[in-house]
Design a protein around this ligand. Structure first.
Ligand code: SAH
Length: 258
């Protein structure tokens, strides 16, 4: 059995309880050493074999999983944040399927959630934005034509950019071709939830400068949108007059009912 486990964004206690138990039970852990907090490996048992996948290619990772499975052992494949985002788990799952090796997935707290906490932000504010676009600037990995950043930027929705903090000049340019303006608030969150976490805030017009001045070019998220600003409307959900499936809205007494 192979368990793909989300390690969470960084802080050791932000892995799920299930993820922690799987680490404790594992005979083998293959962890994404470039971003997973090595402190999480302290959950491993004494005899657990540990591999850092930052130094391995896909076939090497699969070979370890195969060898473990042949010996009736349990492997945890530990990915940063939540494995569903830029985790390259699909290719591993398909390869395991082909080899008849069973697998499961344990979700994790993605770094974009860690960044929201660091920013004390609500990504979806009534009348400001009700959508979050998770994307990246094109780098060595191509982005489909219809998802090019300047096109996604046309929505002006809350946007979280992964894998792009080393390309802030291009990001800034693309954002300004869309609905964002020079004055739209943005932030860069470096190593969200790690002890060395840093949050820098600014506006889209100064995004590139912000990254340069603060010397941030990796392990960071760029968050963009008016949800980082001051204006919004109160929610319907907690509006005292609003009726939901769980709560009857309060009717104000009319003048004649005094
Ligand atoms: N699956 C992961 C993302 C992996 S891609 C998740 O759900 O978070 C790697 C990119 O994620 C990094 O380049 C960076 O942009 C971002 N990232 C990962 N951890 C981060 C953290 N703690 N703080 C800020 N950005 C982070």
């Amino acid at each position: 059995m192979v368990d793909f486990v989300g390690a969470g964004p960084g802080a050791e206690d932000l892995i799920t309880v299930r993820g922690m138990r799987l680490l404790q039970e594992a005979d083998c852990i293959i962890y994404a050493g470039s971003l997973v907090n090595p402190g999480l490996l302290s959950y491993a048992g004494e005899d657990c074999q540990i591999y850092n996948s930052a130094k391995m290619h896909l076939e090497e990772v699969l070979a370890v999983m195969e060898r473990m499975e042949a010996g009736g052992k349990h492997t945890v494949r530990l990915h940063t944040g939540d494995p569903s985002l830029y985790g390259a788990i699909r290719e591993q799952m398909d390869a395991l399927k082909k080899r008849g090796i069973p697998y499961r997935i344990c979700p994790g707290v993605s770094s974009f959630c860690g960044a929201a906490a660091a920013l004390e932000a609500e990504y979806t504010l009534p009348s400001v934005s009700q959508s979050v676009i998770i994307t990246r600037m094109e780098g060595r990995t191509p982005v489909p034509e219809r998802e090019k950043l300047h096109l996604l930027a046309q929505h002006g929705a809350t946007m979280v950019l992964f894998l792009s903090s080393g390309m802030t000049r291009q990001v800034q340019e693309a954002l300004l071709q869309g609905a964002y303006t020079q004055e739209t608030p943005c932030a860069i969150v470096y190593k969200a939830t790690w002890p060395e976490e840093r949050v820098v805030r600014g506006t889209v017009g100064k995004l590139c400068k912000l990254a340069e001045e603060n010397d941030i070019a990796r392990t960071a998220l760029i968050v963009v949108g008016d949800v980082l600003g001051e204006d919004y409307e109160l929610s319907k959900l907690y509006d005292r007059h609003f009726t939901t499936g769980f709560r009857q809205g309060v009717e104000e007494p009319s003048v004649s009912a005094r």
